[in-house]
Design a protein around this ligand. Structure first.
Ligand code: AHG
Ligand code: MN
Ligand code: MN
Ligand code: MN
Length: 285
């Protein structure tokens, strides 16, 4: 990879150990709220500042947008528009569970539809640090090692595809807050699949990518567009899952076809095996 996208991926790779190292001592909530009205952890801000500075330094990057920032930080030139969820699942920090960093690279100004993505990836801060990257219609998994010689990224799996037989499911929100038709779908599949929900989308999506199944943060009675953000979470994860042979949906259509109107708009997110997403779309009406 030796182009702007490659440089962006190299920056995220090299930043991952610094984000991980910065988690310690940054578990407290700040007073400020992010554009989604959610409290930020010091760790959210630290990851966001590292990524902003380093990604804007890449020639070809036109701007940096983040779930944690109201406005896009423009670089003044460049043709690729980067959107990050600097730390996904940061509420897992207090309980020391997995978290991630989500990267979306669009070739149109934001807010942009998922079809404008040229690459998307996530770093998973698990027992080991991995990067899952989708570009050129294929998904590759890497391990990221911080060695004495510097940060190394090595391929552990090429052409990652979701297993044909689904095994796990995990859904955000609370049962009483789900819509009846979504709850009926859950009742239908809960005898077929194993419940695995970790509270960080990246961890839950990683399980779907590894074992097959479905993850969703659905529309709620209390929040018609659910919780997750289209530009920073829905589009990149939808792109990755679809590149891996699965499907994504906002309940009716691929997340990548959702026409955005606001940078921080939320969208119901459902991703996983095609057969499960199609059954879900059939159940929602
Ligand atoms: P973030 O930490 O970037 O704000 O994202 C948290 C999201 C996502 O990671 C996860 O799927 C969802 O919040 C979990 O929400 P609940 O805590 O309501 O289950
Ligand atoms: Mn958050
Ligand atoms: Mn998130
Ligand atoms: Mn986040």
């Amino acid at each position: 990879m030796s182009d702007t996208v490659s440089e962006i991926v190299d920056v995220v790779t090299e930043t991952a150990p610094d984000v991980r190292a910065g988690l310690t001592g940054r578990r407290e909530y700040e007073t400020s709220e992010n554009p989604s009205g959610e409290q930020m952890l010091a760790a959210d801000r630290h990851a966001d500042e590292l990524l902003e500075e380093r990604l804007l330094a890449v020639d070809g990057v036109a701007g940096y947008a983040s779930e944690e920032r109201e406005e896009i930080v423009e670089s003044g030139d460049g043709h690729l528009h980067v959107a990050c969820d600097p730390l996904d699942g940061s509420s897992n920090l207090k309980s020391n569970n997995v978290m991630g960093t989500i990267l979306a690279v669009y070739d149109e100004p934001l807010p942009a539809p998922g079809r404008a993505l040229v690459a998307a990836g996530y770093v998973l801060y698990g027992p080991i640090t991995t990067l899952v990257l989708a570009r050129d219609d294929t998904v590759t998994e890497y391990v990221i090692d911080d060695t004495d010689e510097g940060v190394e990224r090595r391929v552990v799996e090429e052409d990652v595809t979701i297993p044909a037989d689904p095994v796990v499911y995990g859904f955000g929100g609370r049962v009483p807050d789900w819509h009846d038709d979504f709850e009926a779908f859950v009742r239908e599949i809960e005898d077929e699949l194993k419940l695995r929900y970790g509270g960080a989308m990246i961890g839950d999506v990683s399980q779907v990518m590894e074992y097959g199944g479905i993850f969703a943060y659905p529309a709620l009675q209390s929040a018609e567009n659910g919780k997750l953000r289209l530009q920073f979470e829905g589009n990149p994860i939808g792109y990755i899952v679809e590149c891996a042979g699965g499907r994504s949906s906002d309940g009716e259509q691929s997340l990548l076809d959702v026409e955005p109107d606001r940078l921080h708009q939320r969208v119901p997110v459902h991703v996983g095996n095609t057969e499960l997403i199609e059954r879900l779309e059939g159940a929602l009406h």
